[in-house]
Write a protein that binds this ligand. Sequence first.
Ligand SMILES: [Zn+2]
Length: 87
Amino acid sequence: MIKTIKRFFRKGELDCQDVADLSSAYIENDLKDSKRSAIQNHLSKCGPCQAFVDTLSSTIGLLSRLPGINPPSALKQSLRDRMRRGN
Ligand SMILES: [Zn+2]
């Protein structure tokens, strides 16, 4: 509930946690334009998130070039955990 209120007052701005949560969908182009530009807005101001999304997208890109292999969600999770520890 408090999180919802905070979100309301931030007027749609995302924090690092939101970006981490949405990063897979962002990379896979699975977001509405408004969410997408909110993420891009955050990335333009936040180095750690930029690095995180870069790493995640190149990892996913690398894996998706191999036939029949999907990026395991455990891998995504471990990247997220690494980023959280860095904060
Ligand atoms: Zn961030």
